[in-house]
Design a protein around this ligand. Structure first.
Ligand SMILES: Cc1cc2nc3c(=O)[nH]c(=O)nc-3n(C[C@H](O)[C@H](O)[C@H](O)COP(=O)(O)OP(=O)(O)OC[C@H]3O[C@@H](n4cnc5c(N)ncnc54)[C@H](O)[C@@H]3O)c2cc1C
Length: 445
């Protein structure tokens, strides 16, 4: 099970608590547990990573239930080296999926479409000829896309994007509104689950780097048996998982050799650990850290969050009106709203549902699906990435470099780049490295 992973020889065996069982906390507990005694605490009845998943019938009216991840999460190896390596170590199988997308306006008219499935040597290309026949607007978007791909990547390599937001970059470079408003910002909103305003303020380096690692040339993938399978394999290496265990707060207790961290449970009881890894969101971690120093509070508060709603349902009214316009991912883009509505056609991305009744997952719903079709309703918060969060990341690095540190922070917000599964896992790996649980020479990066 452990695979290409080498625990550090020597050093004391520490008692460590990890708070939060999203993928960041699960990965941290898995790595740390190779060397130390680890207890993982999660406030929900099951690990947060899969706590919002739903089950549907696998075939029309019958069949084995099929689990659907909420949210559905994809990755591509170029941008997710740590996740890909972890999946290999856990023997998690993944498969390429088409995340082709359609863009429809507020009147239900399809105005652009692209594809991105590449399997082995069979490339299906990014833009198919029939997609460009959609009209002048599609041609302008395609032109902007090709120009952006060439110029922005070159600007990134030359260091010309440092310190500016993606909104500033496209305004300075004079990209047409059709490309910016009709494609680029909605696409960023969909990947980062954010509003147009937040999309504009993303650092240009972060967005262009996300594209630069091969997104246009390799297919995105999903874990073949979903998040449940990933979680099961991680939990096999985590003997002490406590669910329904909401931590009320933590406080450092003593310094130096005899120092530790007190973990306070909701019922008032306390447990003492040598180290605590806070793998909750930054805003939650700030509340939990009862003796936060001013610099710790400043760093954690600089990571802001925006709410996201995800509905899993069976109402085709949230899809493009014409069936032939349906893609695996479908964006409804209208200037009347602060973000696009994006609906994933789950049957098209999850082969086990190919013959099942239609299932959709809508992120940021702008229209309510018919109530009887709703299968699941989940709310999340997504970290906002902007100039302030970039500065806070440096502050977090400084905190983690303190020699006497006993409280650690991990999660998707805690690494550079778009906050995704990769940053959650990478931040967990970095903490495991600092606590001597993994060997930097083992080749994880
Ligand atoms: C709509 C949507 C679509 C997404 N799509 C993708 C995608 O396609 N690809 C991708 O890579 N990423 C995607 N992501 C992002 C990805 O899901 C997250 O980055 C990742 O799951 C975050 O993991 P985490 O461990 O950092 O945080 P979380 O999952 O937030 O985990 C934190 C955990 O801490 C627990 N916790 C909090 N407070 C306490 C407490 N006091 N006591 C005990 N436990 C506590 C919480 O219950 C939670 O389980 C998407 C996100 C959303 C919302």
């Amino acid at each position: 099970m452990v695979g290409p992973f080498t625990p550090m020889p020597g050093g004391p065996r520490l008692q460590i608590a990890v708070v939060g069982a999203g993928l960041g906390g699960l990965a941290a507990a898995w790595w740390l547990g190779q060397r130390h005694e680890v207890s993982l605490f999660e406030r929900r009845p099951r690990p947060g990573f899969t706590a919002s998943s739903v089950s549907v019938s696998g075939a029309r009216g019958a069949g084995e239930p099929v689990r659907i991840d909420v949210p559905l999460r994809v990755f591509y190896a170029g941008y997710y080296p740590t996740l890909a390596r972890l999946y290999r170590a856990l023997v998690v199988r993944s498969e390429p999926v088409s995340y082709a997308a359609s863009f429809t306006d507020g009147q239900g008219e399809l105005y652009f479409r692209y594809r991105n499935l590449r399997v082995a040597d069979q490339s299906f290309g990014l833009l198919a000829p029939q997609d460009l026949l959609l009209g002048r607007r599609a041609l302008r978007i395609a032109g902007g896309l090709l120009r952006f791909h060439r110029h922005a990547l070159r600007a990134l390599r030359r260091g010309e994007l440092a310190g500016i937001s993606i909104g500033e970059y496209v305004a300075r470079a004079g990209y047409p509104a059709d490309f910016v408003e009709g494609f680029l910002l909605p696409a960023i909103c969909t990947v980062c689950t954010c509003s147009y305003g937040h999309a504009r303020s993303f650092p240009a380096t972060v967005i262009v780097d996300y594209l630069a690692r091969g997104l246009a040339s390799e297919s995105v993938r999903r874990a073949l048996h979903g998040a449940d399978d990933v979680e099961r394999r991680l939990l096999a290496g985590i003997p002490r998982l406590h669910t329904d265990a909401r931590i009320a707060g933590i406080r450092r207790d003593g310094a130096g050799e005899g120092g530790g961290v007190l973990l306070q449970m909701e019922d008032g009881s306390r447990q003492r650990f040598d180290h605590v890894v806070l793998a909750a969101q930054a805003n939650q971690s700030h509340e939990l850290l009862h003796d936060a120093r001013a610099d710790e509070a400043e760093v954690l508060q600089a990571f802001r969050y925006a709410p996201v709603e995800v509905l899993t349902h069976g109402d085709a009214a949230l899809m493009p009106p014409r069936r032939r316009d349906w893609s695996p991912v479908n964006l409804m883009v209208s200037p009347r709203f602060d973000a696009p509505e994006s609906t994933i056609w789950v049957n098209a991305v999850q082969p086990a549902l190919r013959h099942a009744a239609p299932v959709f997952q809508t992120v940021h719903p702008l229209r309510a699906p018919r109530a009887h079709t709703v299968i699941g309703h989940a709310r999340f918060e997504r970290p906002v990435v902007d100039a302030a969060s970039q500065v806070a990341l440096q502050g977090l690095q400084r905190l983690h470099a303190e020699p006497a540190r006993r409280v650690w922070f991990c999660g998707s917000y805690a690494q550079a780049g778009v906050p995704l599964l990769e940053s959650a896992v990478r931040s967990a790996y970095e903490v495991a490295l600092r606590l001597g649980a993994v060997d930097a020479a083992a080749g994880w990066g």
